[in-house]
Write a protein that binds this ligand. Structure first.
Ligand code: ATP
Ligand code: LTN
Length: 328
């Protein structure tokens, strides 16, 4: 039986955090044996907001290195950098010509990000979801494992695929988002009303995968809770619930067992135990990352191989697209 295809992408806007890991990357690792996988560092998406070239370059490499360190295996998955494969930007242009602007005005991520950018909002930021659709459709992905914030973009991708298929013939596979039942939206530590994010200014809000044990301890210690005492999962208490959810995801324990375990204990106890769990979970990833980046040529070699494999599939798909559009 042929395996179905998974595609997902991650921006190089900064260091990866627990939200990226628990909402997305960890599921990529878990699913990889069952599928054909493409995991892409989406550098062209990253430049939709201004970036310093040196920092961007370092971030691209860090994100790619962390994917391998987190357990993505080159034998099961193709890991590559988006701008190395030309089909992405070309297909995005073609999709631009059939996507109504009204579809893009509705995107909540655009509304939020353009608010932060004020007068500097680029055409690229507006067009971001169209490039994302090109990423996914180039590889005929069936499944797109992402955090909850990306659901709307994957739905738009389906709409674009359907419109193309209707106008020009059946070229694209319609993908489904895969959003984990728990962990699809890890919240910020200082502001648990907002999702944990790479580009958030308050760096205490996120635990980064490369944070030292001391940094992790200090951030969890400062995490916002509330003035109540009972430690339980409760949607109306986002701070405690977020800490408990991170604990749940990293230990794999049942919610009722976790609540029993913390019954009668204090927030200080919860925070100390959570610190231990986070430090222990990140330790193997950090070790693998140090080892992998210690060998200078290794990452470049892996990414070169990845780009070659991705380009092969992309070129095949673009030939079909050109023919159906009447360009060849
Ligand atoms: P930025 O803040 O710069 O937009 P980001 O932190 O949202 O970046 P992305 O690169 O845009 O990170 O996302 C990579 C993957 O991680 C996506 O699948 C996204 O849905 C997921 N993700 C991001 N933040 C969270 C979060 N807080 N909880 C769960 N999943 C998340
Ligand atoms: N917009 C996504 C990143 C992304 C992506 C993709 C995710 C770009 N292209 C294709 C899944 C599939 C985000 O996480 N912010």
């Amino acid at each position: 039986m042929t395996k179905k295809t998974v595609f997902s992408g991650i921006q190089a806007t900064g260091s990866l955090h627990l939200g990226n890991y628990l909402g997305a990357i960890r599921n990529w690792v878990k699913m990889q044996e069952e599928y054909n996988n493409y995991f892409c560092v989406v550098d062209l998406h990253t430049i939709t907001v201004p970036q310093d070239p040196k920092i961007l370059n370092a971030n691209i490499r860090e994100v790619a290195g962390l994917l391998f360190a987190a357990g993505i295996d080159e034998n099961n998955s193709v890991v590559f950098i988006q701008s190395y494969v030309q089909g992405h930007s070309e297909l995005a242009w073609i999709f631009n010509c059939l996507t109504p602007m009204g579809w893009l005005y509705r995107m909540t991520q655009f509304k939020e990000k353009s608010e932060k950018q004020k007068d500097e909002v680029s055409v690229g930021l507006f067009d971001y979801p169209v490039l994302q659709a090109a990423d996914i459709l180039l590889y005929d992905a069936h499944l797109v494992p992402v955090g909850e914030d990306q659901k709307q973009h994957v739905e738009l991708c389906r709409d674009i695929a359907q419109r193309f298929n209707y106008r020009y013939g059946n070229v694209f596979t319609l993908p489904d988002a895969f959003i984990p039942p728990v962990g699809g939206r890890v919240m910020g530590l200082s502001n648990p009303d907002k999702k944990m994010s790479k580009s958030e200014e308050n760096k205490n809000d996120a635990i980064f995968l490369l944070d030292t044990p001391d940094e992790i301890r200090s951030k969890i210690k400062k995490a916002t809770t509330d003035s109540l005492r009972q430690i339980c999962f409760d949607e109306t208490r986002p701070g405690v619930t977020n800490l408990l959810t991170i604990y749940e995801l990293l230990t794999g324990k049942k919610r009722s067992d976790i609540e029993n375990h913390f019954s009668g204990k204090s927030y200080k106890d919860l925070k100390e135990e959570l610190t231990e769990v986070v430090v222990e979970s990140l330790n193997p990833i950090q070790k693998r990352y140090q080892k992998l980046t210690g060998d200078k040529g290794y990452l470049d070699q892996m990414l070169k191989k990845g780009a070659e494999k991705a380009a092969e599939q992309s070129e095949h798909k673009m030939r079909q697209v050109h023919e159906h559009l009447g360009l060849r």
